[in-house]
Design a protein around this ligand. Structure first.
Ligand SMILES: [Zn+2]
Ligand SMILES: [Zn+2]
Length: 451
């Protein structure tokens, strides 16, 4: 296949002056992974970092082939270094930085999917060293993005990080990666209509920077991925490749935009909330579901919320009630009190993010005034995105993706709180804020949360 990603590599796809150059120069989607990686090493030593599963899936075999070709290559099992499970957090990055520092001449190679890539990307960025990614599953869109999703001091966030100079993958490895990872990648991708609607909304309401070029870049690839979705469960290499290409493009669109906004809105905040509260969940710590699985449920919630809100004409909204119920910063602690299990450090972080957002956007009455003024324009502009979101929403049930709180392994009350409080996780205006500013977030809860 001919990935549509190729034409963007190393280029600046937009001349608006704000969009950035694509750092990733090469994509090798090829069965002969070792010979391609040999070319990337170009005589340098290679340090292949992964976890036991990803090293088994391809890291060890590739390392062996490279050694036979005369390359100096070492593999590192990050879980062994950590003496525990690998999570994308400060501790793992410290360990990865230490490991890379012990091999100052080697090219770091992240062998894995989400977590391994985030950890190696952040560590290489910290040391200002280029790295390459060997993808083992089409499970998320972060391979080519310029951010790493890391939990720092309990707060899950995205941190600026230089993308890999090259991404490599063996189509057979992608096709045989666990089905659950592939469905998760598809679900992460399907958030695009609602996340870019949130981005556009931030522009329309609050004059935040927005550029249609990165917003549209991934669109066609996502459509193609949707068209092969039903073939993913059959370990169909072509379907996995199309999905992988769309995920790479989605990551590139974020790197070009210089923000995760083209691919991360309110649906991602719901997922972040669930990740951040997994360790303190009521009834005891739980293991979070996969990123895309949570995002898929968040996307369904966002889609229904968009429909419920945009269905209302300007004269069908009680603007007086909106001004009374839109939160001021003084009202946020009361909202957070609903989640009595939140540790102090998370409350502080949520307050900090909320303060930044609300100070930037103005008092409740100022915000509601502006929303009212621009309401009809907002409805007209976002309607096409909403139609796309509804069309995409039909895909996940076909592949049996998680759809309910129970499917994600969380209590219904936790999902309800993720919906109510997700808007306080981050200084980003999304559909969750709009529902809050219109005073409708609680009223619409039963209608938009999965039953
Ligand atoms: Zn642009
Ligand atoms: Zn995502």
């Amino acid at each position: 296949m001919d990935p549509s990603t190729f034409r963007y590599l190393g280029s600046t796809p937009c001349s608006c002056g704000r969009c950035r150059r694509v750092v990733t120069e090469r994509i090798h989607l090829h069965e002969e992974l070792a010979s391609r990686l040999h070319g990337e090493l170009d005589g340098k030593a290679g340090l292949l970092l992964g976890d036991p599963r990803t090293l088994e899936a391809c890291g060890l075999a590739v390392a062996e082939q490279l050694r036979q070709a005369g390359d100096r290559v070492q593999t590192v099992d990050l879980e062994q270094e950590l003496d525990g499970e690998l999570h994308a957090d400060d501790h793992a990055i410290d360990v990865a930085v230490e490991t890379l520092s012990a091999h100052p001449e080697a090219l770091p190679v992240a062998v894995g999917s989400g977590t391994v890539n985030d950890v190696v990307k952040a560590a290489a960025h910290q040391l200002e060293r280029p790295y390459v990614a060997v993808a083992t599953a089409p499970s998320m869109n972060g391979y080519t993005s310029a951010i790493a999703a890391i939990t720092r001091e309990g707060l899950k966030g995205t941190w600026p990080s230089t993308p890999p100079v090259a991404v490599l993958a063996d189509p057979e490895v992608l096709a045989h990666s666990p089905r659950r990872l592939q469905i998760s990648g598809l679900a992460d991708l399907l958030s695009k209509p609602v996340s870019s609607a949130d981005w556009k909304m931030g522009h329309l309401l609050w004059d935040e920077p927005y550029c249609p070029v990165p917003a549209e870049m991934a669109g066609r690839a996502v459509d193609r991925a949707v068209s092969v979705a039903s073939r993913l469960p059959d370990e169909d290499p072509e379907a996995s490749e199309v999905l992988f290409d769309a995920l790479l493009l989605s990551g590139i669109s974020m790197a070009v935009a210089g923000t995760s906004s083209p691919a991360s809105g309110g649906e991602h905040l719901i997922s972040h909330y669930l990740d951040m509260t997994a360790h303190c969940a009521p009834g005891g710590p739980r293991k979070p579901a996969l990123h895309g699985e949570q995002v898929g449920v968040g996307t369904a919630i966002s889609t229904r919320l968009y429909r419920a809100l945009l269905a209302r004409g300007q004269d069908e909204i009680d603007w007086g009630r909106a001004a009374a119920e839109a939160p001021s910063i003084e009202a946020v602690p009361e909202w957070l009190d609903q989640a009595e299990y939140l540790p102090g450090v998370l409350r502080q972080q949520f307050m900090h993010q909320s303060r930044k957002k609300l100070e930037r956007l103005g008092s409740p009455s100022e915000r509601v005034g502006r929303i009212r003024q621009r309401w009809e324009e907002l409805r007209d502009t976002l309607e096409p995105s909403l139609r796309d979101a509804e069309r995409y929403g039909e895909v996940l049930p076909v592949v049996d993706a998680p759809a309910s709180a129970a499917d994600l392994g969380v209590k219904p009350r936790e999902l309800s709180l993720a919906y109510r409080l997700g808007r306080f996780v981050r200084d980003r205006y999304t559909i969750l804020d709009l529902a809050g500013d219109l005073g409708l977030i609680l009223e619409l809860e039963d209608e938009v949360l999965p039953g």
